[in-house]
Design a binder for this molecule. Structure first.
Ligand code: FPP
Ligand code: MG
Length: 320
């Protein structure tokens, strides 16, 4: 992924994190810095910055908006790690393991509230509307995931709807905000909205594959967490559809069990392998990357467009 053209802006985004974390309550900056300085991929800020430049915007607001979107994302991660009982995030101990669930949830609330405070301060109702809608849908997606815990009856459509809500909608918002900053015509704004949506779906599809295939070290989080938390993701959905009655019973026992052993995990993993669940998911992710890139056809060639294309490609090539 080549983000050289927004390197400087991304550095400015990092600087503004420090400013936005300022509070008389020290714990906020402490937890905020812990998670924000541990090497996230900054996909959302990069997309927002590139999209704004693609639409000819050159001002300071893109940096502020990119920081806001990353703040929202960080807030959701703090909450998500509590929900998922995660112990590692971005190669470091998850905030909840160091400061507890209460502090993680509350600092997540601070980041989330601060994001909307900064947006109101900026005063663009179009942006406020996009992010209010995106975060509502995001929370809805996370609740849908909770409702679908250990539900092996979940369909491919339901799963795609779920990952669109919990992941793709915020990435799509980032991409669309860039167009809004550049006052792009409607067709170009919609194109970037669709670009972000497809990148986001591909991102979560790959994330769910990596949860079965990566190592803790490469991923910077504990692999196998989805199955252990009862999350039925697409590789398993694909395999389960084709599995024999015996395999289905075995998978059901594992998904419903309180504690999943390494042996249980391997068994489910073998069923997934037998029916090419990972290959099929990755194939779908690649399709979404192609669709994302095709959305950019409304734009003439430019370094920004190339960078957005390379970012989309990176989504399916990454190992973390
Ligand atoms: C990561 O998924 C989680 C999300 C993308 C969304 C989390 C959303 C919430 C907790 C609710 C909304 C919160 C606010 C502040 C509006 P994952 O668990 O599959 O990814 P992971 O493997 O990186 O943990
Ligand atoms: Mg999680």
């Amino acid at each position: 992924m080549d983000l050289t053209i927004v390197d400087e802006d991304l550095k400015a985004v990092e600087v503004s994190f420090q400013e936005y974390l300022a509070s008389r309550v020290h714990l906020i900056a402490k937890i905020g810095k812990h998670i924000l300085s541990s090497g996230g991929k900054r996909i959302r800020p990069a997309i927002l910055l590139l999209s704004s430049r693609l639409n000819g915007y050159q001002g300071e607001r893109a940096i502020r908006m990119a920081s806001i979107v990353e703040f929202i994302h960080t807030a959701t991660l703090l909450h998500d790690d509590v929900i998922d009982n995660a112990d590692i995030r971005r190669g470091n101990p998850a905030a909840n393991t160091l400061w507890g669930s209460e502090a993680s949830v509350l600092v997540g609330d601070f980041l989330f509230s601060k994001s909307f405070f900064l947006m109101v301060d900026d005063g663009d109702l179009r942006v406020l509307n996009i992010l209010a809608e995106a975060t509502t849908r995001l929370a809805e997606g996370e609740i849908l995931e909770l409702v679908k815990t250990a539900d092996l009856g979940i369909t491919q459509e339901e799963y795609l709807d779920l990952i669109t809500s919990k992941t793709a909608v915020l990435i799509s918002a980032a991409s669309r905000i860039g167009a809004v900053l550049g006052n792009a015509p409607e067709d170009r704004e919609s194109a970037l909205e669709a670009y972000g949506l497809n990148v986001g779906i591909a991102f979560q599809l790959v994330d769910d594959c990596l949860d079965y295939t990566a190592t803790n070290e490469a991923l910077g989080k504990t692999v196998g967490t989805d199955l252990r938390e009862g999350k039925v993701t697409l590789p398993l959905i694909f395999a389960f559809q084709q599995a024999t009655k015996e395999e289905k019973n075995r998978v059901r026992d594992v998904v419903l069990s309180e504690r999943i052993t390494d042996g249980d995990f391997e068994e489910v993993r073998m069923v997934i392998d037998r029916y090419q669940g990972l290959e099929k998911s990755l194939h779908l992710a690649k399709e979404h990357v192609q669709r994302a890139k095709a959305c950019l056809a409304v734009y003439p060639e430019s370094p920004e467009k190339e960078a957005l294309e390379s970012l989309a490609d990176f989504i399916v090539q990454r190992d973390r």
